[in-house]
Design a protein around this ligand. Structure first.
Ligand SMILES: [Zn+2]
Length: 251
């Protein structure tokens, strides 16, 4: 029962994340009813039910019948699955209250990461607002270990260092300032060891994706890949599996 409830909360939050993904990078206000990208007609409340409306409308606008972006149901479903996955990962969660600081801040962090993943992929921009939200959730996450605050702050600087160098040396071509801030938060969240692991995973998955695109001869897309989505993949891996992976590696 709890899992179904959490899945629906995730799906509903995913619907809001869709709004953030598209409006934050374009400096649009995040309040106000959604409208169709093509005919600009306001979408009725009964057409805004996550996932279900998309299926009932067969993925088309009710008015102009243009195809709706598959991003909407995808992000809604993904957020539901992420919330559900977190509950399964954190098995204590089922028996104890959902409303504890660690769980709420982790779900907040994951929601911010979903926004960063999709908006950076789509618009090549990580909004300062979402970075700020991610940082606030990260501070909440770190509150229980506040006595080690200095360690996590230094870790943030250590992990952001190499990304800042790439940003600076490539004159913003390879990385943006958003990537630098994001990697600082990665270090702050997981410490420098798991932080470097996150960077390593980001570079490996990024390179793999780049090579894949060369093989697919999609040169146009290759020059347009943002790095943020790979940082998100690296961070999530380090957050949930970092301890296990690091215990396999000897320094
Ligand atoms: Zn329309």
């Amino acid at each position: 029962m709890t899992s179904l409830f959490l899945f629906f909360i995730g799906v509903t939050i995913g619907s809001f994340l869709n709004v953030l993904i598209d409006r934050l990078p374009n400096d649009e206000p995040i309040t106000g009813r959604s409208h169709c990208d093509y005919c600009k007609k306001k979408i009725a409340w009964y057409d805004l039910i996550p996932i279900i409306s998309f299926i009932l409308l067969k993925g088309k606008c009710r008015y102009c019948h243009k195809k709706l972006s598959f991003q909407y149901p995808l992000v809604e479903f993904l957020t539901g699955i992420v919330f559900l996955g977190f509950m399964i990962y954190d098995s204590r969660f089922v028996n104890s209250s959902i409303f504890n600081l660690k769980s709420i801040s982790t779900l907040g962090i994951l929601s911010c990461l979903i926004v960063i993943f999709f908006s950076d992929f789509k618009y090549h921009l990580i909004s300062d607002y979402i970075l700020l939200a991610l940082f606030v959730f990260s501070i909440l996450f770190r509150l229980p270990s506040i006595s080690h605050l200095a360690f996590y702050l230094v870790s943030g600087l250590m992990v952001a260092g190499p990304i800042y160098l790439i940003y600076d040396l490539s004159k913003e071509r390879a990385m943006g300032l958003g990537d630098v801030y994001l990697s600082a938060i990665i270090g702050f969240l997981v410490g420098w060891k798991a932080g470097y692991l996150a960077l390593y995973i980001s570079f490996v998955t990024g390179a793999f994706f780049g090579i894949l695109l060369i093989f697919l001869k999609n040169k146009k897309m290759k020059s347009k890949i943002a790095f943020g989505p790979f940082l998100v993949v690296g961070l999530i891996t380090a957050m949930f599996f970092g301890d296990k992976i690091l215990s396999l590696i000897r320094f």
